[in-house]
Ligand binder design. Structure first.
Ligand code: PEP
Ligand code: MG
Length: 544
């Protein structure tokens, strides 16, 4: 038995086989071959498999995110059949007597460069699609696809690191647990794992990848951050017992469903859920959340290979609002940048991405992107109880600009005869120290605040949330953070606004009483933590 130690980011236990996640951009070697016909046949087989995989993904996307979002996977299938693309690959194999992987990689580079050089933004964005389908072919040729290959067995995914987009694209039904060598607990990958209700351990270190192989039997303890490879009988029995107790505890929490989120002395608290995609709604409903306190809309952009259109976004927002049947749904405008990179945004590499061009800064400098999203949100608002919230606010002037754009979007819609609700609440995230410190000025301008403790922590403590080497300096209970939250709560209430917490700290039940005493009105957490927070709220007596 071998034991590894990382940081547990979602408490649960998984028992199963390891599957190594291969990065799709692995370097491709140029190999000289004699039998070029054989390479061309391998290419044809990889292509047939790719088309089948894309059909499966299309069917899955159709169910989870609707026809408009799924359409890209149909386009990818057509691109794979494009004559020019196929001719180029076959010609390179023949003329240079090289392996199919290399021919695909060279073709991908040539075609992507050609698209990227075009003036038309739609055609420019096709560069990412060519890379995507080519990576799929290369992975198929080298037998690297694990997750999407039909397999009945669920596996423990082990990787160096997983980008948010990679995590999103994994087939959740086939993942028992995530284990990564790198990464930090507040990264979006960790948040996604929590949202997906999947045991996760991160930051195990290099030794993880050197010491394991595909198919190894393993147990992952998401509570302690331990990973046992080829566990001995005693460990196996102990962990199975722990898994059993854990499941029993979770079952007991289920009994809180349908009960109110009310303290012992009668104060009602809203316990909402955070989601990243339309597909998460099932978990929100299953965990009986009172609403959605944070819909990270950027995942619509991360899942797409081009800017999602107004219609695509409208369909997604409408679906969430309708599914929540009149319960509050707070959709955050896009928060791209920093660790959430999207190729087609063509963002420049930055020295300090967390302090760089992200979120509202992109929206205010690319108003066409912002307006498209706002139009979709306003149009969808008639289908439920919508709140719109803006991320990364640091100043009054930003908020004034945002409000002016919202007004323009509304009058444009009105002049076009499009309907929107007049009951939409507008709010901002308090996730920079600046926003908390000037919360007295911001509060009169909005209906609500929502504290993003993940970013508020990184900016207040000057600790990059992506950097695992400084985790020991990240004191999430630091007095400075708590004071900023308290100050924001006081200022919100002074000006008639309500205040919630939607960062990960909202689920830390050792702080629930502190938050309620500060006057926090809402806690929005991963769907899987809703019942745990409900349990905590119901055991607190604020009269004492
Ligand atoms: C936060 O910063 O706390 C937050 C909720 O936003 P995100 O984690 O998406 O940056
Ligand atoms: Mg944030």
């Amino acid at each position: 038995m071998k034991t590894y130690q990382g940081k547990g980011v979602y408490g649960a236990i998984a028992v199963g086989k390891i599957s190594l996640f291969k990065k799709s951009d692995a370097a491709v070697k140029r190999i000289r071959v004699v039998d070029t016909d054989n390479e061309k046949t391998r290419f044809e087989q990889a292509k047939t498999l790719a088309i089948r995989q894309l059909q499966e993904i299309y069917n899955k996307a159709l169910k989870e995110v609707g026809e408009a979002n799924a359409a890209i996977f149909e386009i990818h299938q057509m691109m794979l059949d494009d004559d020019d693309y196929n001719d180029s690959i076959n010609n390179i194999i023949d003329s240079q007597s090289v392996n199919a992987e290399y021919a695909v990689a060279v073709t991908a580079d040539n075609f992507a460069e050609m698209f990227a050089a075009m003036d038309d933004t739609y055609m420019k964005a096709r560069a990412a699609d060519v890379r995507d389908i080519s990576n799929r072919l290369i992975n198929n040729l080298s037998g690297n696809f694990r997750i999407e290959a039909p397999s009945d067995e669920k596996v423990i995914i082990c990787a160096g690191d997983l980008a948010p987009s990679e995590t999103v694209s994994l087939d959740k039904d086939k993942v028992l647990a995530f284990v990564t060598a790198y990464g930090s607990s507040n990264s979006h990958t960790a948040i996604l794992a929590r949202n997906m209700n999947i045991p996760a351990v991160i930051g195990v270190g290099d030794e993880l990848l050197n010491g394991i192989k595909d198919g190894d039997e393993a147990i992952v303890d998401g509570y302690t951050g331990e990973i046992f490879i080829d566990p001995d009988e005693e460990t196996h029995a102990k962990l199975l017992e722990k898994q059993h107790v854990d499941e029993e505890k979770k079952r007991l929490l289920q009994e809180l469903k349908g009960k109110e989120n009310i303290t012992l002395d009668g104060r009602k608290i809203n316990v909402y859920a955070n989601i990243g995609s339309v597909g998460d709604i099932g978990k929100v409903l299953a965990n009986d959340a009172g609403g959605i306190g944070l819909f990270r809309s950027e995942f619509l952009y991360l899942e797409n290979s081009d800017y999602p259109t107004e219609e695509q976004q409208f369909a997604a927002y409408k679906k969430v609002l309708e599914s929540m049947a009149g319960k509050k749904v707070i959709i955050r405008t896009l928060d791209i940048g920093a660790d959430k990179k999207v190729d087609y945004f063509n963002l420049k590499p930055e020295e300090n991405p967390a302090l760089g061009y992200r979120a509202i800064r992109i929206c205010l400098t690319r108003p066409e992107v912002f307006r498209t999203q706002l139009r979709a949100l306003y149009r969808a608002s008639v289908f439920g109880n919508l709140g719109i919230m803006f991320p990364m606010i640091t100043s009054v002037s930003e908020l004034q600009k945002i409000m002016a754009i919202c007004e323009e979007v509304k009058s444009e819609l009105k002049s076009q005869g499009a309907e929107y609700s007049d009951k939409i609440e507008l709010g901002i995230m308090i996730e920079t120290p600046a926003a908390a410190i000037i919360s007295d000025k911001l509060a009169p301008m909005v209906d609500f605040f929502s504290v993003g403790t993940n970013d508020l922590t990184q900016y207040t403590l000057a600790c990059d949330r992506q950097n695992p080497d400084i985790e020991q300096f990240v004191d999430t209970h630091h007095e400075a953070i708590l004071r900023l939250i308290e100050m924001s709560a006081e200022n919100a209430h002074k000006h008639g606004a309500w205040i919630g917490i939607c960062g990960e700290l909202g689920a830390d039940t050792t702080l629930t009483e502190t938050f309620l005493r500060m006057g926090i009105d809402e806690l929005s957490v991963s769907p899987t933590f809703v019942l745990k927070v409900r349990d905590a709220v119901r055991s607190i007596d604020l009269s004492k």
